[in-house]
Design a protein around this ligand. Structure first.
Ligand code: RIB
Ligand code: CA
Length: 313
C-alpha cells in the first residue's frame, strides 16, 4: 500500500533528490509539499518545490511556511553547499504554478484532519512548520499515521557544530517541540545518513533515467559533490533527505532503537539531540520524560544508495 506523505522541505540539492523519489516511487503518494527556510530562504524553497513537481510532470500542492526560526535570528543560508538558488546555481526554467494560499502549518493540519490515520509527515528541513501545526491543532498527534524527521545526530557528532546537525540547529526550539510531542516519530539522523554515499556512477544512472529532471538533479549534484570532496574528502554526496524516504519504504535496511529525545536550545551545545534509551535509568529522570521514539542508529548504506539509483534510473 502506498504511503501518503506531506514532504516538509527546504530544497536544497539533497532535498531535490528526495522530492524526485517522492514523485517517482510507486509506493509513495506525495499529497503535497510544505516549505521552510534552511538551505535557502523560504521563497526560494517554494520556487524550487513547485519547479521540481512541474519538471517531473507531476505538479503537487505546495504551501509556504516558516521564514525564520521560532525564537532566535536566522543563520545565513549555506550557499557554499547548495548554491544561491538551492540547486547548485544551475540555470532553472520558469515556474508556472503558484503556492497554496494556506500556510504550511495550516495545510498540514487540514490535510491530516481530512484523512485521519492516513498521512505521514516527512520533514527534512528545520522543524518550524511541524511545530506551528502542533500549535494550531495539538490533536494532529493522534491523527497522523507517522512522522519521519531527517535531522539530529546521536553518536555521529554534528555537521554544523561539533555536536549539532543542521536541521535541528537551524531551529532548536521548534525541534524540541516536535521531537518531544506524543506522536509516532522516527528520527533519521547523521548516524545513518553519513553511512550512505551517492557516487558519480549512481548519479549517471539517475541523469540518464530522468530526462529534464535528471539534468537538473545531476547539475545540482555536481556543485554539492565539490563541497563533500573538500569537507569530508569523499567522492560523492550523502543523500541525507532521501534516507527519510528509504526508511519509510525499506525499513529493513535500518536498525533502530527506542528511547527519549531532547534538544539543547542554548549554549555551546545548542542544537544537539540527546538520546536516552528506553528503560535505562539515569541519575535523574529529566532526560526520559518525553514519549518514546524510534531512532535510526544503523543502516546498510550501500543498499540505500542502490535503492535511490534504482528508483530514479
Ligand atoms: O544535515 C543535513 C540536512 O541539512 C539535510 O536536510 C540537508 O538538506 C541540509 O540542509
Ligand atoms: Ca533538507
Amino acid at each position: 500500500m502506498a504511503h501518503s506523505i506531506i514532504f516538509d522541505t527546504d530544497p536544497g540539492v539533497d532535498d531535490a533528490q528526495a522530492i524526485a523519489i517522492a514523485l517517482r516511487h510507486p509506493d509513495i503518494d506525495l499529497v503535497g509539499m510544505t516549505t521552510t527556510f534552511g538551505n535557502v530562504d523560504v521563497e526560494t524553497a517554494t520556487h524550487n518545490a513547485l519547479l521540481l513537481g512541474e519538471v517531473a510532470g507531476k505538479p503537487v500542492p505546495v504551501a509556504q511556511g516558516a521564514a525564520a526560526p521560532m525564537v532566535k535570528p536566522r543563520h545565513p543560508a549555506p550557499a557554499h553547499i547548495h548554491g544561491d538558488n538551492g540547486l547548485g546555481n544551475i540555470d532553472l526554467p520558469d515556474v508556472q504554478g503558484k503556492a497554496d494560499a494556506r500556510s504550511a502549518a495550516q495545510f498540514i493540519v487540514d490535510t491530516v484532519n481530512a484523512r485521519p490515520g492516513e498521512i505521514t509527515l516527512v520533514a527534512v528541513g528545520p522543524l518550524g512548520n511541524l511545530a506551528a501545526a502542533l500549535q494550531i491543532d495539538p490533536g494532529i498527534t493522534a491523527r497522523v499515521k507517522g512522522v519521519v524527521v531527517m535531522g539530529g545526530s546521536i553518536r555521529e557528532g554534528g555537521n554544523v557544530t561539533p555536536v549539532a546537525e543542521a536541521n535541528i540547529f537551524n531551529d532548536a526550539h521548534a525541534a524540541s517541540r516536535v521531537l518531544s510531542a506524543d506522536w509516532p516519530l522516527t528520527l533519521v539522523g547523521l548516524d545513518v545518513t553519513h553511512r550512505c554515499v551517492l557516487t558519480p556512477a549512481h548519479m549517471a544512472r539517475i541523469e540518464a533515467g530522468q530526462g529534464e529532471l535528471g539534468r537538473l538533479l545531476a547539475g545540482s549534484y555536481a556543485f554539492y559533490r565539490e563541497f563533500y570532496r573538500q569537507a569530508l574528502g569523499i567522492d560523492g554526496c550523502c543523500p541525507h533527505d532521501s534516507l527519510a524516504l528509504a526508511w519509510l519504504v525499506r525499513p529493513e535496511l535500518f536498525t533502530t532503537q527506542r528511547g527519549h529525545l531532547s534538544v539543547v536550545t542554548d549554549g555551546l551545545a545548542e542544537g544537539q539531540t540527546l538520546f536516552a534509551p528506553a528503560g535505562r535509568a539515569f541519575i535523574q529522570k529529566r532526560w526520559s520524560t518525553s514519549p518514546e521514539m524510534d531512532v535510526c542508529l544503523g543502516v546498510d548504506g550501500d543498499a540505500v544508495s542502490d535503492w535511490i539509483a534504482d528508483t530514479l534510473a
